[in-house]
Design a protein around this ligand. Structure first.
Ligand SMILES: [Zn+2]
Length: 495
């Protein structure tokens, strides 16, 4: 007989009905959007706000954001990038100075009438290139001031008309935006790529999300950029999700805001400019990628709590079991474990509740386990269960946390690799698009051709031109129009 097992089965039976009501009521495969909303809400990450297009990040969800911030702030420090803060409000005239930028953002800028001055309106920032460059014109004087590297953590507002999805699409969201100014184009090129690589590392190492990465086509690049680089994840429901972008903004904003520096040659020069950003969308990406029909599954490195300890309490053994749980809690102190001693809930209810919240590991301790000085260690992903000597629990937990992190990435990588489908002609393209796979095809690079593809496929767009493939595919014909191809590019629907 498996030790401690009977206790648990009895308790599980009693609480089964209550637990089911608490859980996710729809399967991921049946209705991905509804499943996702339930996982976020029942997992206690976020909820919809009274104002249309907005949502509330609850404390448990915000801790994930803080874990991402802590990781990235360390990376920024290492690179000598400082955090600063610029105003939420931007004068309308700033937007008019860089024409492409103004055109690109105008449909989604929220405006405030400026009653005091009765002159120009004020924009609620959709991004901060303009207001930062206005300051950079004062901050940058000579080559000694360069490179200038600034990051800010803030909220931005983009007046979306599409339906809100928690973390994935909303009118207001949190993000980081980095803005750097360089002496030369090559410095700017180099660091635009360095930041993209930092994002790739963050997605893969912290969030356990494998990405495709490369350059955006001209049609999809940031408004006002020379070029945009992106990292994109491919979700299990067959849609890509842009996770972070890094832009070489050239000299457009620098000229528009009169930023110049005195070079080593004693002459005035126009510097080069980059910006890069990721948002709270990363949280949504991790939820979509890893969670299952029982609720949240969180990679240990972003999980607010790594371990929960659940005592199996009976009157006659209560004190012994609780003492053992407390001993385990102290052994795991550095992981900040939760000890769920609540008497008003049964262990079965607690198991379901912590599974909904995606705690990576659960330790169960009951009276039978104590006879052999053991406890039960259960993984949230996949449910693997092991009996571990209490004396060895810390080591076992550390090993399992690393394995969960690794396994979640490996599983997601398999999905991504299995989804990539090279396509040779248009008929094949249409079929593969219907199967919601990630298409890799040669393209002419023409914006009108890209637009036609989107129209004819109900929303398939280019995701990115992978590095290294640009020249290789030049000899092939465009998958849609047959003209000579410019590069090979990923296509899919997207969030
Ligand atoms: Zn074409």
């Amino acid at each position: 007989m498996v030790k401690g097992h009977l206790d648990r089965i009895a308790i599980k039976g009693k609480e089964k009905e209550r637990s089911e009501k608490l859980g996710i009521t729809i399967k991921k495969e049946e209705d991905s959007a509804e499943w996702y909303a339930q996982v976020c809400e029942k997992g206690d990450l976020a909820e919809y706000a009274p104002v249309k297009g907005c949502y509330i990040i609850k404390p448990y969800g915000y801790k994930i954001w803080e874990n991402i911030q802590t990781y990235f702030n360390k990376e920024l420090k290492r690179m000598g990038i400082s955090n600063a803060y610029f105003p939420l409000f931007i004068p309308e005239s700033f937007f008019k100075r860089e024409a492409q930028h103004a055109r690109g953002f105008s449909p989604e800028v929220a405006w405030i009438a400026n009653r005091e001055e009765e002159s120009e309106r004020i924009a609620v920032r959709p991004t901060s290139e303009t207001i930062m460059c206005d300051s950079f014109a004062r901050w940058v004087r000579s080559w000694r001031d360069l490179p200038l590297r600034i990051n800010q953590w803030c909220n931005v507002v983009r007046w979306e008309t599409k339906a809100t999805k928690l973390f994935l699409r909303s009118r207001e969201f949190l993000w980081q935006e980095g803005h750097c100014v360089y002496e030369t184009e090559s410095d700017c090129d180099r660091e635009t790529l360095v930041m993209l690589e930092k994002y790739k590392k963050l997605a893969e190492e912290l969030l356990a999300i494998p990405v495709i990465y490369g350059k955006k086509t001209d049609r999809e690049k940031f408004a006002g950029a020379n070029y945009t680089m992106t990292i994109e994840a491919f979700m299990p429901d067959g849609k890509a999700l842009q996770l972070g972008t890094s832009h070489n903004l050239g000299q457009g904003f620098m000229k528009a805001f009169n930023v110049s520096f005195l070079g080593k040659d004693g002459e005035a020069h126009v510097p080069w400019h980059s910006s890069w950003g990721f948002s709270t969308r990363l949280i949504g990406a991790a939820v979509l990628m890893h969670s299952d029909n029982k609720g949240l599954v969180l990679p240990p490195r972003i999980a607010p709590n790594k371990v929960v300890i659940v005592p199996i309490i009976f009157d006659e053994t209560r004190s012994k079991v609780l003492a053992a749980c407390d001993e385990v809690r102290q052994m795991l102190a550095e992981l900040d474990p939760i000890l769920d001693e609540r008497e008003e809930y049964t262990p079965g209810w607690k198991f379901n509740n912590w599974e909904l919240r995606g705690i990576p590991l659960r330790v169960e301790i009951g009276p039978k386990d104590l006879e052999t000085h053991e406890c039960v260690l259960v993984r949230r992903d996949g449910g693997k269960k092991q009996y571990i000597k209490i004396a060895d629990i810390k080591e076992a937990v550390l090993v399992e946390l690393e394995e969960i992190q690794h396994d979640l990435f490996a599983k997601a990588k398999k999905v991504l690799d299995g989804s990539i489908t090279p396509v040779q002609n248009w008929a094949q393209f249409v079929d593969v698009a219907k199967e919601r796979r990630l298409i890799l095809a040669a393209h002419c690079g023409d914006m009108a051709c890209e637009e036609t593809i989107q129209e004819q496929t109900g929303g398939v767009t280019t995701r990115c031109v992978p590095f290294g493939d640009e020249k290789i595919k030049r000899a092939q014909a465009c998958v849609h129009c047959g003209k000579p191809s410019k590069y090979c590019v990923y296509f899919s629907k997207s969030y």
